[in-house]
Design a protein around this ligand. Structure first.
Ligand code: GDP
Length: 294
């Protein structure tokens, strides 16, 4: 997903590394190219502007310009700022509860149900007893999809009963999950095409019944700048402890999704890079920076 950005940055830094000595102008010119590469990759424009400003400030000191390898020093500052941009230290789910609870939210098609299966698979493999809860009472296909995934992964599932409301389902599942049979309960909440009042009301009611420790938004990285707006809307409406970015295997530009931590302050916990149950990885800001800088 970030190949073009990576290629553009590598080209800029190859030139910069060629200089034995760097002037302020050399640095400014290179950072202008960095800014263009970020914008070209669909990084949010304010994020790109602030990013370059911070790198520029940290590069203008004597320690960089007069160092033996000035180009290398600039690249290091860019790397450090990229790590910060992506969230700094790696963050984990809070799995301390008994059981730990995870409420997954997201728009239709974001990959929420698939991600619920992937998380169940991951935690099951690490020896935890997992309960999946299908909460999309309006879409029998989503319940069926989660049922199939639960079967594949080999974990239990709670499905809505006829006429059951979403909060009632949440309450029933939360009570069941507290009987000592499970280490993690994952609520796959209902999706919508947009964040509207009905969705927010439903999520709030649901959350009041289930009191999840982890409130996580599943976000399609391929939807561009809209991903940032969606994340802000969910954060403001229901609060988020983290984000999962999906579809990083696609060929969309993806820069907007990389801006999502900087804009919302929410940590990116994991990334999805395929449709299979194994295609889910923890997100490490430093590894993502290295991947992009090559
Ligand atoms: P939901 O409506 O948010 O529950 O979305 P689904 O879980 O049904 O996923 C929508 C589509 O995206 C399905 O075809 C999934 O197989 C696909 N999908 C989910 N995550 C990924 C991913 O990380 N990469 C790719 N390529 N496809 C994904």
């Amino acid at each position: 997903m970030f190949e073009n950005l990576s290629t553009a940055l590598q080209k800029t830094f190859k030139n910069l590394r060629g200089y034995g000595k760097l002037s302020e102008k050399n640095v400014k010119d290179a950072l202008r190219e960095v800014r263009l590469a970020l914008l070209e990759a669909d990084v949010n424009f304010k994020v790109a502007r602030d990013f370059v400003k911070r790198v520029q400030e940290s590069c203008m000191g004597e320690d960089v310009l007069n160092s033996v390898t000035p180009g290398q020093q600039v690249v290091k500052r860019v790397n450090d700022e990229l790590v910060e941009l992506f969230g700094g230290a790696h963050k984990e789910f809070d799995l301390a509860g008994k059981p730990a609870s995870v409420m997954l939210m997201g728009l239709h098609g974001s990959g929420k149900t698939t991600t619920a299966g992937k998380l169940a698979n991951r935690w099951k493999r690490s020896g935890r007893r997992v309960l999946l809860v299908a909460c999309d009472i309006r879409r029998p296909a989503a319940v069926e999809q989660l049922s199939i995934l639960a079967g594949q992964v080999g974990c239990d599932i709670v499905k809505p009963e006829p006429g059951e409301t979403v909060p009632a389902l949440g309450k029933r599942a939360a009570q069941l999950s507290c009987e000592g049979k499970y280490d993690v309960v994952i609520y796959d909440t209902g999706g919508r095409f947009q964040v509207d009042d009905e969705l927010v009301h439903e999520l709030k009611e649901f959350s009041a019944e289930t009191e999840p420790k982890n409130t996580v938004l599943v976000l399609d990285a391929a939807i561009g700048q809209e991903s940032v707006n969606v994340a802000e809307a969910f954060r403001d409406a229901v609060g988020l402890t983290g984000l999962i970015l999906t579809k990083l295997d696609g060929d969309a530009r993806g820069g907007a999704a990389l801006s999502v931590h900087a804009v919302t302050g929410c940590p990116i916990l994991m990334t999805g890079s395929g449709e299979k149950m194994e295609d889910l990885d923890p997100f490490y800001p430093d590894r993502m920076a290295s991947r992009i800088l090559g």
